[in-house]
Design a binder for this molecule. Structure first.
Ligand SMILES: Nc1nc2c(ncn2[C@@H]2O[C@H](COP(=O)(O)OP(=O)(O)OP(=O)(O)O)[C@@H](O)[C@H]2O)c(=O)[nH]1
Length: 492
């Protein structure tokens, strides 16, 4: 203050659109200037700063509502050529700060502000104007530190994004990486799922804050009462960066109290978009235990970190979709759509594999083939839809009777094969008899009961699939000739 007091003429210009705010500023900070010009429009401010040396230009953005008006404000900042400028920005418009920083150096504060906070901000800006050399030196030191911090966070984030294989792991790693920024006590990643369902997918807490508790849920977060004011939710609905430099400024006393209890002094939230102008995919939120006056470079860096994260999330999601598609393809190519049993190709593959395994480990391996009796008449009498349903029920009933290690394959039409591992002929005969009885007792909606004829074989020591299937075919024919609804052993 000594430096300030020694100055004879400290000129300030305060731009605001509302008379009330002009009076408030005059009453609160008037004494900090020897001359204070209060103006109500951009043109008047431009004239005021052009006419004389102005030590501090204070721009109150509360009355400005569109980014269009920001062009005039930007020109005004540019005309300062680096001279001290203080921006007072409403909380919901905090995205304007980095935009306007592109026009020239400036200090900013988020509104609403308390009087002493405003006085202090003005004083800080004026001290910069009094001793520009010291301020420049400090700026240099600050920048060096900023760069170091940002490099650290960038490195950790790169490591986190290498785990795109799994979206949950990647999100958790991202939150962990963001915690390496000085002062960060909590980080969270919110991701937009199907049908606009915004979900909390990961959080890292150094202050015991649990966001799901604070918001009382983890999903459909855009429907919570705080969605209009809580930074990470506002960043998604507004699609812009949100900076809250004191929890109470969001306007919800309960939220402010909860955050204060967890030592949160500042919250920064950034929307996640995979491409500029594209749909918002979610948001990333950092909560700090201190106030930090971000530089333009820091804002830019946070924005590009958010882009990285979106990209990582996008890649992870693509990988997830690819895996799901590959799974579906595998399902389509190996599973019989009507009955849910594996299809013939897959059944034959499994049979070959199991024959090799049984031979290698000298284990018994049995096969059962079965065929629905007089199925043609089921179709003829009740129609194909009922026939289809009967087929499905028979397959499901048999499947339910098998061990997890057995395989049921639909070989053709109404003919199936069971590959029963670790099973000898005697046990397979018992199993076949059990299956026969179960099907005979099963009621089928829309048609009379059906029966099945079965053939059982144990695979010989050096026997191949073709040979054993031939034996089973012959045995099944014998079962049909023997009157159906019976089990026939295929002898070697
Ligand atoms: N509904 C339905 N019928 C099928 C399907 N696949 C095959 N079929 C029918 O199954 C019947 C098989 O007839 P057949 O081979 O003469 O055997 P069957 O009538 O069961 O006589 P046996 O086997 O000698 O007891 C035919 O009518 C086929 O159309 C299917 O996916 N759905």
């Amino acid at each position: 203050m000594a430096d300030l007091d020694s100055r004879k003429d400290i000129v300030g210009v305060f731009l605001t659109t509302t008379g009330e705010r002009r009076a408030e500023f005059q009453a609160c900070c008037g004494e900090q200037f020897s001359r204070l010009l209060l103006v109500d429009n951009i043109d008047a401010a431009t004239v005021a700063v052009g006419r004389q040396k102005v030590d501090l230009l204070v721009l109150d953005l509360s009355g400005f509502s569109s980014m269009g008006e920001m062009a005039g404000i930007g020109a005004l900042i540019r005309s300062r050529a680096g001279a001290p400028t203080l921006l007072l920005c409403p909380y919901v418009s905090s995205a304007w700060i980095p935009e306007l920083m592109a026009c020239g150096p400036l200090q900013y504060r988020i509104c609403p502000m308390l009087n002493d906070e405003l006085q202090m901000a003005v004083e800080q800006c004026l001290s910069t104007s009094v001793n520009p050399a010291a301020a420049a030196q400090q700026t240099l030191l600050d920048k060096e530190k900023e760069l170091r911090d940002l490099l650290t966070i960038q490195r950790s984030l790169q490591r986190a994004l290498s785990s795109v294989d799994d979206i949950a792991t990647m999100s958790a790693q991202v939150c962990l990486a963001l915690c390496s920024f000085p002062g960060v006590r909590h980080t969270a990643l919110l991701h937009m799922k199907e049908r606009g369902d915004l979900q909390l997918v990961a959080q890292e807490s150094r202050n015991h804050l649990d966001l799901s508790r604070l918001l009382e849920r983890r999903d459909r977060l855009l429907q919570v009462p705080l969605s209009d004011i809580f930074p990470p939710l506002l960043a998604v609905s507004g699609g812009e960066l949100v900076l809250l430099d004191a929890p109470e400024k969001a306007g919800d006393p309960e939220l402010a109290l909860s955050l204060h209890d967890r030592e949160v002094r500042m919250v920064l939230a950034l929307p996640l978009r995979s491409e500029a102008g594209g749909p918002v995919q979610g948001s990333v939120c950092l909560m700090f235990d201190r106030h930090i006056q971000f530089s333009r470079e820091q804002f830019a860096c946070f924005t590009s970190l958010a882009q990285f994260i979106s990209f990582g999330l996008g890649m992870s999601e693509l990988k997830h979709q690819n895996d799901a598609l590959a799974g579906q393809l595998l399902q389509i190519s190996t599973i019989d759509a009507l009955t849910g049993a594996v299809n013939r190709r897959r059944g034959e593959d499994i049979l070959e594999t199991e024959i090799r395994r049984a031979r290698r480990y000298a284990l018994p391996l049995a096969l059962i083939t079965f065929d629905i009796d007089n199925f043609r008449s089921v179709n003829d009498l009740y129609g194909y839809p009922i026939g289809d349903q009967a087929l499905r029920i028979v397959a499901e009933t048999v499947q339910a009777r098998l061990r997890g290690s057995d395989t049921l394959a639909r070989m053709r039409g109404e003919e199936f094969m069971v590959v029963a591992t670790h099973t000898c002929a005697i046990d397979a005969l018992k199993l076949a008899e059990k299956l026969r009885e179960t099907i005979a007792e099963t009621t089928l909606p829309g048609c009379e009961m059906v029966t099945i004829s079965l053939a059982v074989a144990q695979v010989g020591l050096d026997e191949g699939a073709i040979s054993v299937l031939d034996r089973l075919d012959a045995a099944l024919h014998r079962a049909k000739r023997a009157g159906r609804n019976c089990v026939e052993l295929a002898m070697q």
